[in-house]
Write a protein that binds this ligand. Structure first.
Ligand SMILES: [Zn+2]
Length: 220
C-alpha cells in the first residue's frame, strides 16, 4: 500500500469517528445533554399489528433507530428500550404485562428528560389513516410534548390527527418521567402503508418528530 492510499484510508477513518459530532455542530447541538428514551413497541414473539407488507415490531425498530441517529446528531443522549427483535418480558405467564412493566421500569431507571414510544396503528377499516400522538395526565408535561410534536408534524404533513388523552396502555401508569406515544400511521390504510415503507418518507417523519422535540425543549 502506498502512502497516498494510507492517507485516504486514515482520513475516512477520522471522518467516520467525528461525523456525529460534526453533524451535531451543524445542527447547533439543539438537544445538547438531553436524555431521551426511545421505546420501540413490541418485539420478539409480540409482532404488534400486521399487514401483508408490514410487521409492526420491525418497522417500529427501523424508525426508532433512525430517530436515535437524528436525536444523537442534535446532541441528545439516547437510550432504547430494545435494540433488536425481542421483548422485555421476564416471565412466560402474563408475558405482555411483564414486557410493559419492564419497559416502564427501564425508563424510570434512565430518568429521561423525555421518552417516546413508537407504534403503528391498525383497524378493520381501510379508511382510517394518519398519525396521532397520545398522552396521559400522569405528568403535566405530557400534553405539552404531544402538542409541540403534533403542531410541527402538521406543518409538513396533511395526515395528522389531533392529540388524544387517554393512552391506557398498562405501562404508562408507572412511568414517572415526561413523554408520549406516537402512532405513526395506520398500516391497514393503503396510503399510510405505502408511505411508511418509503425510506424518504421515514426520514421526513423522523426529522419532523426530532424538530418537534426540539421545539418542546426550546419553549420549556
Ligand atoms: Zn403497537
Amino acid at each position: 500500500m502506498n502512502k497516498y492510499k494510507l492517507l485516504i484510508i486514515l482520513c475516512f477513518f477520522f471522518l467516520t469517528l467525528f461525523l456525529p459530532k460534526v453533524t451535531a455542530i451543524i445542527n447547533g447541538y439543539s438537544l445538547m445533554g438531553k436524555v431521551i428514551c426511545i421505546d420501540s413497541g413490541h418485539g420478539g414473539v409480540d409482532t404488534g399489528a400486521l399487514s401483508k407488507t408490514i410487521v409492526e415490531k420491525d418497522l417500529n425498530l427501523v424508525l426508532s433507530k433512525k430517530l436515535e441517529k437524528e436525536l444523537t446528531s442534535r446532541g441528545a443522549i439516547v437510550y432504547q428500550t430494545r435494540e433488536g427483535d425481542y421483548d422485555l418480558s421476564t416471565t412466560t405467564i402474563n408475558r405482555k404485562r411483564s414486557d410493559l412493566y419492564n419497559r416502564a421500569k427501564y425508563i424510570n431507571e434512565i430518568k429521561p428528560d423525555l421518552y417516546i414510544s413508537i407504534h403503528l396503528n391498525s383497524t378493520t377499516s381501510q379508511n382510517w389513516k394518519g398519525l396521532q400522538v397520545f398522552y396521559t395526565n400522569k405528568n403535566e408535561e405530557n400534553k405539552l410534548i404531544a402538542q409541540a410534536l403534533t403542531n410541527n408534524l402538521k406543518e409538513k404533513l396533511s395526515n395528522v390527527r389531533e392529540i388524544k388523552q387517554g393512552n391506557n396502555y398498562y405501562m404508562y401508569k408507572y412511568i414517572k418521567y415526561p413523554g408520549i406515544l406516537i402512532e405513526v400511521g395506520f398500516i391497514s390504510n393503503p396510503d399510510d402503508n405505502y408511505l411508511l415503507r418509503n425510506g424518504e418518507y421515514q426520514d421526513k417523519l423522523i426529522a419532523l418528530i426530532s424538530k418537534g422535540i426540539e421545539i418542546y425543549f426550546e419553549n420549556k
